[in-house]
Design a protein around this ligand. Structure first.
Ligand code: HEC
Ligand code: HEC
Ligand code: HEC
Ligand code: HEC
Ligand code: HEC
Length: 369
C-alpha cells in the first residue's frame, strides 16, 4: 500500500514537471513547411515574392515568420513589423520585450542591423562597438576572432542559437538553431540548466532566466520576464554576458581598480542593494512613475526599466534582499530595436538634469537627479 502511494506520488510529480514541454510548436506541418517548394508547378515558399526554398524546408526565413503585428492571439512572436508598431515608454504598445526591428529599416541607429531587415549600419559598419573576442578567456564559448559578416538572427555572427568560432557551418542561422523550435520549452525556473538552444532563455544559447509566456506584451509588476543576472561579469549565463559576447568592453571594463563609484563606463552586474542608502533605494521613483505598468510604491518592479536578479525569477518587488536588483544592459536598451537612437527604451533627449520627466527612464534609478 505504501509502495503504491509512493509510486502514485512519483507519477504525479513526473507529470507536474513534464507539463512545460507541452508548450512546444503545434499546428499542421504545412503551415510552416513545404516539402519540395512546389505545388501545381508553383512555388509555395511565402517569403515575399521569393521563389527559393528555405532551410529545414520552412516556408520562409526567420524574418519572414517573425514579421507581423502582435495582437495577443498570434502564436509566432513578432519582432519585426512592416507598419509602425505602437510604443509608449511606460505605457501602451504592441511590441514585445525586445522591442521591434521596424525602426531600423529606415534608421540605422534605432536597432540591430540584422541581415534581411536592414543593410550594414552606415555609422558603425560590421564590427560590434566594444568587440573583444578574447574578453572571456576562461570560457570555451568563443565568437569569431575576426568579425567580417553582417549581424544575423542566429549563429556565429548572430544572437540566437549555437556558435563556435571553429565551426563555420554555424554561420548559417538555421543550422545554429536546428531542432530548437520543436523542442522549445517555456522556462519557468530561472536557474534551470541552459545547456541546449531549446532549453536556453529565448534560444539564447547558455543564457538562463524565466520566460514570460506573452513575451512581455502588456507587462506589469507581476507579468514580465525574469532576467538572470549575476554580480560577476564572468558568469556566462547572465543576460548581460550575452550582450558582452559582442560588446565585451562595455560589459567588463566598467571600472578601474575597485568595482565602485566613480565608474569608467556605466556599471552592469551591479547590485543596487549595495547602494540602496543612496538615491537608488528609491527605485523606481514612484513620484514620477506611479500608475505606469502597475507601479505604485518604492521597490515595485518597473518593467520598462527592468533589473535582474540572481535567481532569474519574476519578482514583483525588488530591493528586498541582496542580489534582487542588478543593473542590466537591458535596463536602458531594447535588444531588437526601438523608436529611439541606440535602441534605448526611452527618448534620451527627454533627460534633462533639474527638470524631471516621466519620459526619462534614467530617473527610475537616479531618483534625485
Ligand atoms: C508553427 C510552425 C511549424 C509547424 C506547424 C511545424 N514545424 Fe517543423 N519546424 C519549424 C521551424 C521554424 C523549423 C526550423 C527551425 C528549427 O529547427 O528550430 C522546423 C524544423 C523541423 C525539422 C528539422 C529540425 C528538427 O526539429 O528535427 C523537422 C524534421 C520538422 N520541422 C518537421 C515537422 C513536422 C513533421 C511537422 C508537422 C507534424 C512540423 N515540423 C510542423 C516550424 C514548424
Ligand atoms: C552577436 C553579436 C551581438 C550581440 C549578442 C549583441 N549585439 Fe549589439 N551590436 C552588434 C553589432 C554587429 C552592432 C553594430 C551594427 C548594428 O548596429 O547592428 C551592434 C550595435 C549595438 C548598438 C548600437 C546600435 C546603433 O546603431 O547605434 C547597441 C545599443 C547595442 N548593439 C546593444 C546591444 C545590447 C543591449 C545587447 C544585449 C541584449 C547586444 N547589443 C547584443 C552585435 C551584437
Ligand atoms: C516557419 C515559421 C518560423 C520560422 C522560419 C522561424 N520561426 Fe522562430 N518561431 C516560430 C514559432 C511558431 C515560434 C513559437 C514557438 C513556441 O511557442 O514554442 C517561434 C519562436 C521563436 C523564438 C522564441 C523562443 C522562446 O524560447 O520563446 C525565437 C527566439 C525564434 N523563434 C527565433 C527564430 C530564428 C532565429 C529563426 C531563423 C533561424 C526562426 N525563429 C525561424 C516560427 C518560426
Ligand atoms: C537600473 C538602474 C539605472 C538606470 C536605468 C540608470 N542608472 Fe546610472 N547608475 C546606476 C547605478 C546603480 C550606478 C552606480 C552608483 C554607485 O556606484 O554609487 C549608476 C551610475 C551612473 C553614473 C556614474 C556615477 C558614478 O558615481 O560614477 C552615471 C553618470 C549614470 N549612472 C548616469 C545614468 C544615465 C544618464 C542614465 C540613463 C541613460 C542612467 N544612469 C540609467 C543605476 C542606473
Ligand atoms: C544606464 C543606461 C545604459 C546601460 C545600463 C547600458 N547602456 Fe549602452 N548606451 C546607453 C546610452 C545612453 C548610449 C548612447 C551613447 C553613450 O551615451 O555612450 C549607449 C550606447 C551603446 C552602444 C552604441 C555605441 C556606439 O558606438 O554607437 C552599445 C553597443 C551599447 N550601448 C551596448 C551596451 C551594452 C552591451 C550594455 C551592457 C553591458 C549597455 N550598453 C548598458 C545607455 C546604457
Amino acid at each position: 500500500m505504501r509502495r503504491l502511494l509512493i509510486f502514485l506520488l512519483c507519477l504525479m510529480v513526473f507529470f507536474i514537471f513534464k507539463i512545460p514541454s507541452g508548450f512546444s510548436i503545434s499546428g499542421p506541418c504545412s503551415e510552416c513547411h513545404t516539402m519540395h517548394n512546389s505545388q501545381n508547378g508553383q512555388p509555395v515558399a511565402e517569403n515575399g515574392s521569393s521563389t527559393q526554398p528555405f532551410r529545414a524546408l520552412t516556408i520562409g526565413d526567420c524574418v519572414f515568420c517573425h514579421t507581423g503585428t502582435n495582437t495577443g492571439t498570434n502564436n509566432i512572436p513578432y519582432v519585426n513589423s512592416n507598419t509602425q508598431p505602437t510604443y509608449t515608454f511606460g505605457g501602451a504598445r504592441n511590441t514585445l520585450a525586445g522591442g521591434n526591428f521596424y525602426w531600423v529599416q529606415s534608421d540605422d541607429t534605432k536597432g540591430h542591423n540584422v541581415v534581411g531587415i536592414a543593410g550594414v549600419d552606415s555609422n558603425i559598419g560590421l564590427v560590434p562597438p566594444g568587440y573583444d573576442p578574447s574578453n572571456y578567456p576562461e570560457f570555451t564559448k568563443y565568437r569569431p576572432s575576426t568579425w567580417d559578416h553582417q549581424l544575423t538572427c542566429a549563429g556565429n555572427f548572430g544572437c540566437h542559437g549555437k556558435f563556435d568560432a571553429n565551426d563555420p557551418s554555424l554561420n548559417d542561422p538555421f543550422k545554429a538553431i536546428s531542432g530548437a523550435h520543436h523542442k522549445n520549452i517555456v522556462r519557468t525556473n530561472g536557474t534551470a540548466p541552459a545547456t541546449e538552444v531549446w532549453n536556453s532563455y529565448r534560444f539564447l544559447w547558455g543564457i538562463k532566466g524565466t520566460e514570460d509566456p506573452n513575451y512581455e506584451l502588456n507587462p506589469d509588476t507581476t507579468h514580465h520576464n525574469g532576467y538572470y543576472a549575476s554580480t560577476s561579469p564572468t558568469d556566462p549565463a547572465s543576460i548581460n554576458y550575452l550582450c558582452g559576447e559582442c560588446h565585451g568592453v562595455f560589459h567588463r571594463d566598467t571600472y578601474n581598480g575597485t568595482y565602485a563609484s566613480p565608474w569608467l563606463r556605466h556599471p552592469t552586474d551591479f547590485d543596487m542593494n549595495t547602494v540602496a542608502y543612496k538615491e537608488y533605494g528609491n527605485y523606481p521613483n514612484p513620484t514620477l512613475f506611479s500608475g505606469k505598468l502597475g507601479v505604485s510604491a518604492v521597490g515595485d518592479y518597473f518593467a520598462d526599466v527592468p533589473v535582474g536578479n540572481t535567481q532569474g525569477a519574476v519578482l514583483s518587488k525588488v530591493l528586498q534582499s541582496s542580489g534582487d536588483a542588478i543593473v542590466l544592459c537591458l535596463s536602458c536598451h531594447r535588444a531588437h530595436g526601438s523608436p529611439y537612437p541606440d535602441l534605448l527604451r526611452w527618448d534620451y533627449s527627454a533627460c534633462q538634469a533639474g527638470s524631471p520627466s516621466a519620459d526619462c527612464g534614467c530617473l527610475a534609478c537616479h531618483t534625485s537627479k
